[in-house]
Design a protein around this ligand. Structure first.
Ligand SMILES: Nc1ncnc2c1ncn2[C@@H]1O[C@H](COP(=O)(O)OP(=O)(O)OP(=O)(O)O)[C@@H](O)[C@H]1O
Ligand SMILES: [Mg+2]
Length: 334
């Protein structure tokens, strides 16, 4: 059964298209991920599905309800963990949750039970009576997640749920998301973290410049590379420098190349016969090659393959934006 059905969903801001005719379905109890760089249109897509933003074109049903004609029903069945943490610093964890429960018109008894349940499951019970203003970002995010779950939604939307969190909290949130999935809750999340997408999502939509450029399971996305005869080579070069990277980029036989750290490059080439000429070229450049390995493609390679650029390039470059939103991307670069 599909919990979400999206057809040609589009959002324009003036003459700028933030989301361009995206279509997909999400099955019950699965995790669906939007993977894309800053400004790709992930949050805009989520906001339309949560009825916070009206589409310019296209349609979608969430839990069987139309996002334009049946907004109240949609809202009753979904929870949203938005990009920004929405909590009152002056109130305690419990007071915040209680307030949001009442704003959602939940009965008092249900609010109490839900607070006990979610604070317990998110390991925040001990902090119930403490003011949220004293919490770390990770603790605030746990309360934010509890807030989104108070009314036991069928679908939970999480917009970059682990952005800026430390590895332990990130891991805890990942585990929690997988638990919810196991309980039949359908999850839609956005991320620009490849590992997060790969760890959590059955289906990944790679979104770039407002469009879904690839949509499949992680395994099938990786097959995009092998099916296409693309070989990924990891080369370690002791004296690696930027001019070498430029020279590699200009080589015909190389589909794409990125620097993965100080001494390593990842090269995509369509034919294994190209490996020897690439090595000769490196040697002619004076590169001192320490190791060369063909490696299994990662989601990073898939992203590079379908968009022609590395996700980190785009995050750092802060893809152009309009309407006073430019600051957001810049402030969120990790
Ligand atoms: N209300 C708005 N008015 C004008 N432009 C907007 C508005 N909301 C979003 N945009 C623009 O639409 C594009 C997509 O924004 P969106 O927030 O959906 O991207 P994103 O993929 O969530 O990025 P990030 O990773 O930075 O959160 C951006 O260029 C943004 O500036
Ligand atoms: Mg966003």
């Amino acid at each position: 059964m599909n919990m979400i059905e999206v057809e040609g969903l589009t959002r324009r801001f003036g003459d700028f298209t933030a989301v361009d005719h995206i279509s997909f379905t999400v099955g019950k109890g699965t995790v669906f991920g939007f993977l894309g760089p800053n400004g790709a249109g992930k949050s805009t897509a989520i906001r339309m599905l949560c009825t916070l933003l009206r589409p310019s074109e296209g349609s979608a049903r969430v839990v069987g309800f139309d996002i334009i004609k049946e907004q109240d029903e949609v809202r009753r069945h979904i929870g949203l963990v938005a990009e920004k943490i929405i909590l009152y610093d002056q109130l305690t964890a419990e007071e915040n949750l209680s307030l949001f429960g009442r704003l959602n018109n939940l009965p008092e008894e249900q609010i109490k039970q839900a607070i006990d349940k979610w604070l317990g499951r998110l390991h925040m019970e001990a902090w119930r009576k403490h003011r949220v203003g004293t919490f770390s970002t990770g603790m605030k995010q746990r309360i934010n997640v509890a807030r989104a779950l108070l009314h036991h939604p069928d679908v939970l939307f999480l917009d970059e749920p682990t952005l800026g969190l430390d590895p332990q909290t990130t891991h805890a949130i990942h585990e929690f998301i997988l638990e919810l999935k196991g309980e039949g809750i359908t999850i839609v999340l956005t991320t620009h973290d490849m590992v997060e997408a790969e760890t959590l999502c059955q289906q990944i939509a790679i979104i770039d410049q407002a469009k879904i450029v690839a949509l499949d399971t992680t395994t099938n996305l990786k097959k995009l590379l092998s099916g296409d005869n693309t070989t990924v080579i990891d080369v370690e070069i002791a004296n690696f420098n930027e001019p070498m990277l430029s020279q590699l980029k200009s080589m015909e036989s190389i589909a794409s190349v990125t620097r993965s750290d100080t001494y390593r490059v990842r090269i995509h080439t369509r034919n294994t016969d190209n490996i020897a000429p690439i090595l000769s070229a490196l040697s002619a450049m004076g590169a001192s090659v320490r190791a060369i390995n063909t490696v299994l493609p990662t989601m990073e390679d898939v992203f590079l393959h379908v968009t022609g650029r590395e996700i980190r390039d785009k995050v750092a470059a802060n893809v152009p934006s309009v309407g006073g939103h430019r600051w957001r991307g810049a402030s969120r670069v990790r």
